[in-house]
Design a protein around this ligand. Structure first.
Ligand code: BEZ
Length: 270
């Protein structure tokens, strides 16, 4: 019998130290999308899904006033330890009322930026509408996240190996990886003008191997298994994907596919 697994909420219990060790490359590979954002001195920018604040700090170093938000208290603590203004907040519930403290500067943002976070937010329309509400007219929403086909081999193996244990792996799927046209339509429906939107493959070497990646990101699948069964499950996943994702030198790669976009909130309603 296949038991339905409820889809996990994004892991709010991420561990900042583990993330830095196994997934530090996420921020390192974000230089191109930061370049697309082109933060300017004096701009007010919201970093949505700021994680441990590595990129938030880059935006602040460009002279912008940046607020970072993230659902994980541990990540927000790590960002604050860098001296950043970071707040625990669910990306589905963005609005000035909950973001700002009483008496705080509530001027709208010039830009909302997001790297490698939007795929954890399973209700994209709520996110887009919250972003639109925080931007000034003419403000930009610039982001990059997983597109359709992202981590396809790893994801398929995670699902199949749960299925094999009688658990509905698909129901545990924690990510939103849209087709470009799906996301474009949602941005437009949310009142944005889409200036740029592209999907591209970006195979990514994993500094601590597949094991490090799975330790960081496979929690939504692992939580359906008893602790005693997890190592065997992860070994089976690794065996399944090794032919496609481990090269002749033993280097593991993740089959990343990105969606990068720029959308602008029009000056006046269309
Ligand atoms: C990504 O950045 O594409 C990603 C990271 C973790 C899990 C799934 C996707």
């Amino acid at each position: 019998m296949v038991v339905p697994a409820s889809a996990a909420p994004p892991p709010a219990d991420w561990n900042a130290e583990g993330y830095r060790r196994h997934a530090g490359f996420v921020a390192e590979l974000a230089a191109p999308v930061v370049e697309v954002l082109a933060p300017r001195p004096g701009e007010r920018i919201l970093d949505l899904g700021c994680g441990d604040g590595v990129l938030t700090a880059t935006l602040a170093a460009a002279g912008a006033t940046v607020i970072g938000v993230d659902g994980s208290p541990d990540m927000v603590a790590a960002a604050r330890a860098r001296g950043l203004d970071a707040r625990v907040m669910d990306g589905h519930a963005l609005c000035g009322g909950t973001l700002f403290a009483a008496g705080e500067d509530r001027r709208p943002f010039d830009a909302v930026f997001s790297n490698a976070a939007l795929h954890w937010m399973l209700r994209p329309d709520a996110v887009i509408s919250g972003v639109a509400g925080l931007l000034r007219p003419g403000g930009r929403f610039v982001g990059e996240f997983g597109a359709a086909g992202n981590v396809a081999r790893i994801g398929q193996a995670l699902v199949a190996c749960l299925d094999r244990r009688g658990i509905d792996g698909r129901a545990a799927w924690p990510w939103y990886f849209p087709e470009p046209e799906d996301y474009r339509a949602r941005l437009i429906a949310g009142g944005f003008t889409v200036v740029r939107l592209e999907r591209f493959e970006r195979p990514t070497p994993l500094p601590t191997g597949l094991a490090g990646w799975l330790a960081t990101f496979a929690g939504p699948f692992l939580r359906h298994l008893p602790a005693a069964g997890r190592d065997a499950y992860l070994a089976e996943v690794a065996d399944a994907v090794a032919p496609g994702l481990r090269d002749g030198n033993g280097q593991w790669w993740a089959d990343y596919v990105r969606l990068r976009f720029v959308a602008v909130r029009p000056d006046r309603p269309a």
